[in-house]
Design a protein around this ligand. Structure first.
Ligand code: GAP
Length: 447
């Protein structure tokens, strides 16, 4: 994890929030490469969940919602972590994350001091809306995006003529006052979720739950994630959220061990029943064909976008001993080790880097011209500084899947060198066919 954190900072993927003031716990900033990676992961999920499914539509609901939402959802009452403090060293722990023998003996796992009694701590961030700071002005930062979907479900049925079964997908920020925020961007107070709520007829929920488990597993396979680093974990009775009848996590083998990446939950009709009760609005679905009325059951797929960024960084990270690499027309080789991020080309922040072998003799201008052409179709970078081997290494470390090198032969016959990140293979391609070549390589990419 240390290597990934340091690479992430060095190459501008992720910075500590407010670093010049000593950093803000639980918050991170995404730099130029990080924001591209995060956006591409979001785009891949959005395409998978909306474009490829006729029965799923999108939504972008507000972060600030009516406070009754969180009473109805059960978050005001139940969204708590058990907390203990050490009276001696003041360390704070989640009671369910320290050894049970320490909890039973009320003994601090760090200094052996006495622990306080366990108390419940609500994870929602509370603030006030408007100028008065009284109980009537309390508002919460949403701890999950899901509720924005539930309160809009009737609007979407009416405006978009949706028929059950159908889904609503949303990507957005969520906030939790997490007690333990170690492991880089894994668990943070401000993060992003990619959630989809699938509304189904009661009694078909188990079938749809299994179907969505299959689909979400297949999604990660399609992205080229190492499948032996993924596994299912079913929630035991003591792990189930207050709204869930059944829940499975997709866990990923992060550097610190197996941890939750995404959850698939059978939320039953809990949420819509509660919103019916708290809002007084009828949230039943009316089946126009059979005239049946019912509160739909909901199958939820809930993935952390920022946690997916960490997963993709960990999954892509590789160090490799390689033979000295030379470029056509150059006598320069490189050292024997490279750090490479093997991103799927659809996720890589930069798709193509254009590198003139030399700055002189018009090669730089020619390279800029070729880059201008490629820009229309791909995210590009341009680098003319230093030995070509070192420039390849820089692109490997940023996870750029393709490099295009412009040399003297390009001037003569309009051909360029196309270099592939993973194999380091180099082929000669005609400039006119370059875009098509790269497109094909992206489509056919296999790790
Ligand atoms: N709507 C259901 C829900 O929010 P969850 O298991 O609490 O379920 C879903 O969260 C996903 O959101 C998790 O699998 C994780 O990827 C991400 N997530 C949750 N808390 C997070 C945090 N503090 N920091 C980063 N990601 C988080």
């Amino acid at each position: 994890m240390e290597k990934i954190t340091s690479l992430a900072k060095r190459r501008g993927f992720v910075f500590q929030s407010s670093e010049i003031y000593g950093g803000q716990n639980g918050a991170w900033d995404y730099g130029p490469l990080g924001v591209e990676l995060k956006n591409r992961i979001a785009q891949a999920w959005w395409k998978e969940m909306t474009q490829l499914h006729d029965d799923i539509v999108g939504l972008d609901a507000a972060i600030l919602m009516h406070p009754r939402t969180w009473e109805a959802s059960g978050h005001v009452e139940n969204f708590t972590d058990p907390l203990v403090d050490c009276k001696k060293c003041n360390a704070r722990f989640r009671a369910d994350q320290i050894p049970p023998e320490n909890l039973a003996a009320k003994k601090c796992p760090e200094c052996g001091g006495e622990l306080t009694d366990t108390r419940k701590f609500n994870l929602m961030f509370k603030t006030n809306i408007g100028p008065a700071e009284d109980s009537a002005s309390i508002i919460y930062l949403r701890p999950e995006t899901a509720q924005g979907i539930y309160v809009n479900y009737k609007n979407i049925i009416q405006s978009n003529r949706m028929k059950i079964p159908f889904g609503i997908a949303q990507i957005g920020k969520a906030f939790r006052n997490e007690i333990v925020t170690k492991n880089f961007i894994f668990r943070t107070c401000e993060f992003e979720q990619m959630e989809m709520q699938f509304f189904v007829k009661p009694d078909t929920d188990v079938e749809w739950f299994n179907e969505w488990k299959k689909r979400r597993w297949a999604y990660y396979e399609k992205l080229g994630v190492k499948m032996d680093h993924l596994r299912w974990h079913q929630h035991g009775p003591d792990e189930l959220a207050h709204y869930a009848k059944d829940a499975y996590d997709i866990e990923y083998l992060f550097p610190m061990g197996w941890r939750e990446l995404e959850g698939v939950h059978n939320r039953t009709n809990y949420d819509l029943s509660r919103h019916t009760q708290y809002s007084g609005k009828d949230l039943q679905y009316i089946d126009q064909d059979s005239n049946e009325r019912y509160i739909p059951f909901i199958i939820e797929t809930s993935a952390g976008l920022t946690r997916n960024v960490l997963m993709i960084l960990c999954d892509a990270y590789d160090e490799e001993k390689v033979a000295s690499e030379k470029n056509a027309g150059s006598s320069e080789g490189t050292d024997d080790w490279r750090t490479v991020l093997r991103f799927h080309p659809a996720l890589a922040p930069i798709t193509v880097a254009v590198l003139p072998l030399m700055k002189k003799d018009g090669l730089a201008e020619l390279a800029q011209d070729i880059r201008r052409e490629l820009k229309e179709d791909f995210a590009t970078d341009y680098d003319q500084g230093g030995a070509i081997g070192r420039r390849y290494r820089r692109q490997d470390e940023a996870g750029t899947p393709f490099c295009v090198t412009i040399d003297y032969e390009t001037k003569e016959n309009n051909s360029v060198t196309l270099r592939f990140r993973d194999s380091m293979e180099q082929i000669r391609v005609n400039r006119a066919e370059l875009t098509a070549h790269i497109r094909k390589a992206i489509k056919e990419y296999k790790r």
